[in-house]
Design a protein around this ligand. Structure first.
Ligand code: GAR
Length: 219
């Protein structure tokens, strides 16, 4: 993106909005060459709406309970995002499934953060599932959204070791810390025009790859 045309973000969040906050902060610190033009929540009590108000960012609640079905709810969300001139839809703890109509309206312009190392543990309560499974590593993933659940092409991941004394809470907190780093980074890569999707694989121009293997417990 050129200096005078910032990427316009529409952030969708259903809950507390700590990921939203990390994006607000990094936009403000000019670490992301983007601006949030709208925060949208399906939940009138979402902390994310308060965070938006505090930051002076336009926000709106589109309550799914006011709509007969997912299609009509999605249509209302699409309209609202289009009216705000959103370039990139950022799902940040948005706990509604996205219909095909929504994806068609923003082709390869919807991203999501998921608190697991996809393709392992899609869906809900995934930190608990990774812990109970006995995995040695958990993590988080930013990916493009396609018609499946947590199946779209992967942009960036962070790996978080699972510790012997971890609980769902401690593990979730350590994963969340990494979410707050990789989500702004993914948005910045997109804003810089460095992200190209080639089939399932995402190519990132001039990426500095991490070549080190991770072993847990360590050798
Ligand atoms: C985050 O952990 C995010 O990865 C997860 O919800 C949390 C929202 O936290 N998203 C999903 O599970 C999506 N399936 P936040 O409201 O503090 O950003």
């Amino acid at each position: 993106m050129s200096a005078n045309k910032k990427l316009k973000l529409g952030v969708l969040a259903s809950g507390g909005g700590t990921n939203l906050q990390s994006i607000i902060d990094q936009c403000r610190e000019q670490k992301i060459d983007a601006e949030i033009v709208l925060v949208l929540s399906n939940n009138p009590d979402a902390g994310a709406l308060e965070r938006a108000a505090k930051a002076g960012i336009p926000s709106v609640c589109v309550n799914h309970r006011d709509y007969a079905d997912r299609q009509s709810f999605d249509q209302a969300v699409i309209r609202t995002l289009q009216e705000a001139g959103v370039d990139l839809v950022v799902l940040a703890g948005f706990m509604r499934l996205i219909s095909e109509v929504f994806i068609a309206a923003f082709p390869q312009r919807i991203v999501n953060i998921h608190p697991a190392l996809l393709p392992a543990f899609p869906g809900l309560h995934v930190q608990k599932k990774a812990l109970e499974y006995g995995a040695r590593f958990a993590g988080c993933t930013v990916h493009f959204v396609d018609t499946g659940v947590d199946t779209g092409p992967i942009i960036i991941q962070a790996v978080v070791p699972i510790l012997d004394n971890d609980t769902e809470e401690t593990l979730s907190a350590r994963i969340l810390e990494q979410e707050h780093k990789i989500y702004p980074q993914a948005i910045q890569l997109i804003a810089e025009g460095r992200v190209k999707v080639e089939g399932r694989r995402v190519h990132i121009e001039a990426a500095s790859n991490n070549e080190e293997a991770l072993i847990n417990p360590s050798l």
